[in-house]
Design a binder for this molecule. Sequence first.
Ligand SMILES: N[C@@H](CCC(=O)N[C@@H](CS)C(=O)NCC(=O)O)C(=O)O
Length: 306
Amino acid sequence: MIPILYHYEASPFAELVRAAFGVKGLAWGSLPVPRILPKPDQTRLTGAYGRTPAVQIGADLYCDTAAILPALEALPGPSFYPAPLGALHRLVASWANGPQFFAHVGAAMGGMTPEMMGADFIKDRQARFGMDLAALGRAAPHLSGQALVASQWLSDTLADGRAFIGGDAPGAGDLALYSNISFVKAVPTAATNAAAMLALPGVANWFARLAGFGHGTRREMTADDALAAARAASPAPLTGSVDAPYAAGMMVGVTQDGTRDAPSIGRLLRCDTTGITIAREVEDGQSNPISVHVHFPRLGQVVAPA
Ligand SMILES: N[C@@H](CCC(=O)N[C@@H](CS)C(=O)NCC(=O)O)C(=O)O
């Protein structure tokens, strides 16, 4: 039962997970999804969660890199939270994937024309995230300056010769910082911004070390393969609790801060500081539905009665 990644190539958060597979040397299934809604292959299992990436392991769906990495942690291979930083990798990743992500959006996309992005992409991002392309272009110099601070701090951290931010082994914080820079590096109109980041002492070598892990062993998969994998499995045993004011078993919708995407609706099984899990029944045209668990991190998710 290999993990299945719902992704598209240009997604920086998907690149984070592909690189995580590389660090662990894992085999994984690649299930391509569009870069805009609708994404029926993904959302019929996740509920409505249509952001990229999501990872399926059997009958468990993990939404958001902050839920995906802890799930992959249990699989063979090196830890994403190596000592001495340990759980501090989460703090770094949360900053890089939170406020710093938007700065990197400006650094990467601020110089793109509407033609480069495509009308369908602009419409999708406007409707879901309120993206305003003209405003992004105006804010690009400011956002690029904000993004460069992350590379400067990375460079400062590497100044004593360490290979990764915590020492000899890469972790979740490295992967998050890496995916932001790789996002900027992949956009031709952002070449100057990428060059400024990679020119800082130590950053280009650190970037090359992470890229050197590759993406693990990728196998293309279909939506039918993914459904069959979910049907053949049962959700993994769950730990954690439901904190007040929520109650175990209540029907809830889970949405993400900062988007207008529809809620993923299900029966609440876990809602505590470790994350959120809902149970869903997925109809796939067969006589009995598939039971899945959909997992989210706690941070950045909004739970409401449904
Ligand atoms: N906090 C999420 C953010 C994921 C995210 O924003 N992904 C972008 C693509 S890189 C997205 O979903 N954009 C809309 C889409 O792909 O439909 C995570 O860490 O996974």
